[in-house]
Design a protein around this ligand. Structure first.
Ligand SMILES: Cc1cc2nc3c(=O)[nH]c(=O)nc-3n(C[C@H](O)[C@H](O)[C@H](O)COP(=O)(O)OP(=O)(O)OC[C@H]3O[C@@H](n4cnc5c(N)ncnc54)[C@H](O)[C@@H]3O)c2cc1C
Length: 264
């Protein structure tokens, strides 16, 4: 295994290197996927372009619309105060990625570009209706994450492009998110299946919208289509009643939604 190692100090330099070396180059973020693939001889890049010296790619901007730099780590997602309420699925997705060492260096950009069908943060970003920004020699372009992901290990990213950020709308006032993962072990295990949900209510406690995404069940994470939910107060009160009847150890539909949406 041998390659030339490059350490650009700006996005422009990183993109110029990618444009120069094309498919012979790979960007290196946390390296938790790339280095394993190099070691297992699944990829053999002649040039590795480290992103560690490129400034501005590791910030979380949560003033209004949310913007995540591609180099934001899973650990940073887990700890971000902005994600403890209605966006808690981001915390729940990030905190089950690998173990502490993996989460300290593994990035959200790497999770997306690696395009594993079992990537844990991807389903969460899909229900948040995220878009990705890619910068290439001809400038920046933005795509919906749902269109960016093509299949196992395959995305719409061009060889001369760098994924720089991910953005999604700020959570609506009466909305909540959740993420659950099932694996064979509780830690250091990829998902056998994972599910992310986004739900919003109108002023009468009726479900106004819902999005569901499933990971590890197809060639890429799948997202339900966006359709407004038709629910009458009657159907909601019926579902509330049945939710209270479930043997879930005191689960309260209303309490659970309020806790997740950060409402009192
Ligand atoms: C032991 C172990 C356990 C793991 N457990 C999980 C798990 O439970 N859940 C899970 O989802 N994942 C898991 N992973 C996979 C991995 O940790 C994540 O996918 C992580 O988010 C990858 O990020 P990274 O920064 O390390 O990516 P890297 O390895 O640096 O890069 C991955 C790929 O993306 C490309 N890339 C990275 N950043 C960019 C960018 N900004 N622009 C363009 N291309 C880019 C690289 O060229 C490479 O092809 C595990 C990995 C290991 C080794």
């Amino acid at each position: 295994m041998s390659f030339d190692f490059h350490e650009p100090a700006s996005i422009a330099e990183a993109v110029a290197l990618a444009a120069r070396f094309g498919t012979e180059a790979r960007f290196l973020a946390g390296g938790t996927d790339l280095l394993v693939q190099i070691r297992r001889k699944r990829v053999a890049p002649r040039h590795v372009v480290s992103l560690h010296r490129v400034p501005g790619l590791d910030t979380i901007d949560a003033n209004g619309e949310i913007r995540l730099g591609a180099l934001v780590t899973h650990r940073a997602l887990e700890r971000a105060p902005a994600f403890q309420g209605a966006l808690r699925a981001l915390v729940e997705g990030a905190r089950v990625v690998g173990g502490h060492q993996i989460r300290n260096v593994g990035t959200v950009g790497g999770n997306i570009v690696n395009a594993s069908p079992a990537a844990d943060v991807v389903p969460v970003l899909l229900v948040l209706d995220a878009a990705v920004t890619c910068v290439g020699p001809n400038g920046a372009r933005e795509m919906k994450l749902d269109e960016f992901l093509l299949g196992p290990g395959e995305t719409a990213l061009r060889p001369d492009e760098l994924l720089t950020s991910i953005r999604f709308p700020a959570p609506a006032l009466r909305s909540a998110t959740g993420f659950l993962k099932a694996g064979r072990r509780r830690a250091m295990e990829i998902s056998v299946v994972c599910v992310a949900v986004w739900l919003s209510l109108d002023g009468d406690d009726r479900c106004a919208g819902v999005r569901i995404s499933l990971g590890a069940v197809g060639p890429r994470a799948l997202r339900s289509c966006d359709r407004p939910v038709e629910s009458s107060p009657r159907t909601v009160s019926r579902s509330r009643t049945s939710a209270h009847r479930q043997p879930t150890g005191g689960f309260s539909w209303k309490h659970s939604f309020r806790a997740r949406s950060g409402q009192r």
